[in-house]
Design a protein around this ligand. Sequence first.
Ligand code: SF4
Length: 413
Amino acid sequence: MKIIGEKVIIRPTEDKDLENIQGLWNNGDVMESVGYPDGLGQTYAQMGIWFKNLKKTDLANHYVVLDKDNNFCGELLYRKDPEDKRAGLDIKFLPEAQGRGLATEALQLFIEYIFNIIEDVEAVWAEPAEQNTAARDLYTRAGLQEKERPADLINEDPYWELTKADWQEIDYSSKLVRFRSNILMKTIDYKDVYTEGGRKVLEVGILPGKYCNFDCVFCPFSRTDNKVDQQQSFEGLDSAIEEFGELLEENKLDLVYLSSTGESILNQAAGPIIDMIKAKGISVRLLSNGYLLGVDKYLKIASKCDEVIGEIAAVTEADFQKLQRPMTGYNLEEYIFNMVKFNQQYDGVFILDIAMLKGYNDDEVSIQRLKGLIEKIAPDRIVVNNVSDPELKKQFGVSTERLNQIREVLANI
Ligand code: SF4
């Protein structure tokens, strides 16, 4: 789940966010209003324990807030109390992210998300201290008001609440309308619109979670319970596609980039979605790990696209099994064969994305193997990259100098 507003992006907290959250909690300016003028003094190890415990419960849900340049701004939390159908809210923002309307938008989007998506929540509440006028103003802008504290909440803190019924009467602002429909369409996850070589590109995920035929150790998404290579159908997809079509009409796009948390063509509606985008005169780029591209059904779907990105990482069978953890029966030879087969009949632009992995494919022997594979697949273009996730980069990242050397060697095939 990712909530995208005009100014902020809200997404569930991951291990890689702990350092930023530690900085937030240890910031005296942030924590003064809740009684810690010197910050909490949390160590990184304590953060790890906190996060591990948090993950054990479904009731407390923690999110990070980023600005549109992906800079960390703060945190949001809701703690659900199913018995009383309430969710307690908390929001903290870095001083440098305050005063720009980011916290207001984040809190309003978050409340919309909770009331639209989370079951059994009829009210949200918070405890802004009397002296914390900034927090009180923020909660007021989101519609919360001070009320009598329910008897089951035993301390004496102020109690501010917004019921779902009252929230339905609030029109936060027109800019949130698109968001409201987006979150109802969880299967289609809009990422950012950006310009690439003069083309206006919308990146979109079309899977509601990680559905992939691999489970790579260097995957930026968490491990999957859905290791599959058959197409899946998802609830609510018809209305999601309809709204996606409306969004395409409203925005003058040149390219839609299908890049999901897994293998996009595993969505049963992948073909119709691509057809719909193309019928609007918009080009489609598909990101695939490449294994299924040689399977007739998937070959036909991918061939509808104007650009297809296939991937390579491991260059030996042992590393393929160890690092990419594919479905049973898969092997590296068939993987390469499938991409060769696809590209032999494909009219569009085939791009091969090579993930460099320190200690696995960055030595001279591996580079020669990669050259051989590239020659076989014969892509129109290659892209040579480090893994992007900062945590994974610590383990697998190749130095910039080595990466540039490899790029030069592979570019001259
Ligand atoms: S193929 Fe891509 S999405 Fe699938 S597990 Fe590997 S890195 Fe993750």
